[in-house]
Write a protein of this length. Structure first.
Length: 375
């Protein structure tokens, strides 16, 4: 026996089922949205937990944040002219300031964890770096290889600075003493900000052994070598002709002016007839800074730059990096700030700065250090 079903009834049944499914799905979507929202709210409240202190000195700000940089960097809203990173170097050591005092940080990592962490950190740093900004990455020469690989993934322009952090080590017996740190200067623009710095001339590099009434001077060559074309002319003096086979580096007018001003040194011997520019010691602006920095000394127990934290870097080193690539009122970031040496140098040089460290002790040291600065 077959029962005859009313088609209208079937339609109603179908409609009811569809409504039921739609309602269930809507409920599920609403539930999902609610859960997602409360998870976000939780992480937002976690975000707020990063303790932060802002100190104003001489119209410049130092922002000090206690937290893991991998999280904090995502929340930063400004872009920086310079980022200085002196992270743990993957030494497998635990650094503490003394045998009794555990103040410091752990530098122990599992397998490839270090390279992954570094990659994450640099990727996040690049996002908050200005187009013409620079990132300086500090590492021991021994540990520099993995860092160079990561950095070359994110930067098109990389220069190496060799910092001779100490003289030889007496304790080394079966290997070469490690005295060099490498500081990678990285950017993504040919036109990144750069201020040429000069350092005083070392007596050993320049011999100012000549002397006249103005003072001691060394000799600056004026003849071009074979690889360039110079200014062709001769100079006559006391019946002697002075010539340059490949030309002179300066024009005849300039040469005559220098001769009149007694700034040209004449060599007239049997072997040589030549002209040199007198380079006076008291007028010298210093030599342009090279990529070998051997005039900045590490922090020692006795130094004027007091030691507040293990692996702390000297203020002079940070001053140099900051002056080289930023101007007054620029913003600088140090995401692994330790004792806040970057902040100290920034405040003295009238730059604004953000310092981050996950170590609570470091947060307190930095606040005290910046607050106590007498500017
Ligand atoms: C070599 S120290 C920096 C020293 C600093 N340049 C100075 O002059 O005092 C490295 C610092 O990185 C911090 N650090 C390591 N991992 C971090 C992370 N994920 N987020 C924030 N800080 C971190 C450590 O707590 C340590 O203080």
């Amino acid at each position: 026996m077959t029962t005859k079903t009313n088609p209208k009834k079937i339609d109603n049944l179908i409609l009811e089922s569809v409504e039921k499914v739609v309602a269930q799905n809507i409920n599920k979507i609403v539930r999902d949205i609610k859960t997602e929202k409360s998870e976000n709210e939780e992480s937002e409240s976690e975000e707020e937990e990063n303790e932060k202190r802002i100190i104003k000195k001489d119209n410049c700000l130092t922002e000090i944040i206690n937290g893991d940089s991998l999280e904090v960097l995502d929340k930063l809203e400004r872009k920086y002219n310079l980022i200085y990173l002196d992270p743990p170097y993957d030494t497998g050591r635990v650094f503490q300031i003394s045998h009794k005092n555990k103040l410091g940080f752990k530098d122990t990592w599992k397998d490839n964890e270090y390279s992954r962490w570094l990659d994450n950190l640099i990727e996040k740093c690049v996002k908050v770096l200005k187009n013409k900004g620079s990132l300086f990455f500090h590492i021991s020469a021994e540990g520099s290889f993995p860092a160079e690989i990561v950095l070359s993934k994110y930067f098109s322009h990389i220069e190496k600075i060799f910092w001779k952090r100490c003289h030889g080590k007496n304790t080394v017996r079966n290997k070469l003493g490690a005295v060099i740190d490498i500081i990678f200067k990285c950017s993504n623009s040919k036109k990144s900000k750069f201020n040429l710095l000069r350092i005083p001339l070392g007596k050993t590099t320049w011999a100012f052994k000549n002397k006249d009434s103005r003072g001691n001077y060394s000799l600056g060559g004026l003849r071009h070598d074979r690889t360039r074309k110079g200014n062709k002319y001769t100079i006559e003096r006391n019946g002697q002709i002075y010539d340059a086979p490949n030309g002179w580096k300066i024009t005849k007018e300039k040469m005559e002016k220098l001769i009149q001003d007694d700034r040209i040194h004449f060599v007239n011997t049997k072997k040589s007839k030549n002209l040199y520019k007198k380079l006076y010691e008291h007028e010298h602006k210093g030599k342009p800074l090279s990529n070998l920095w051997d005039d900045v000394h590490s922090i020692t127990r006795s130094s004027k730059d007091p030691r507040l934290y293990p692996t702390q870097k000297p203020i002079k080193l940070l001053q140099r990096i900051i002056e080289l690539t930023t101007d007054e009122n620029d913003w600088i970031l140090d995401p692994v700030a330790g004792a806040g040496t970057t902040g100290h140098a920034c405040a003295e040089l009238k730059r604004n700065c953000t310092l981050i460290d996950k170590n609570r002790d470091s947060f307190e040291i930095m606040i005290k250090r910046i607050e106590n600065l007498n500017l």
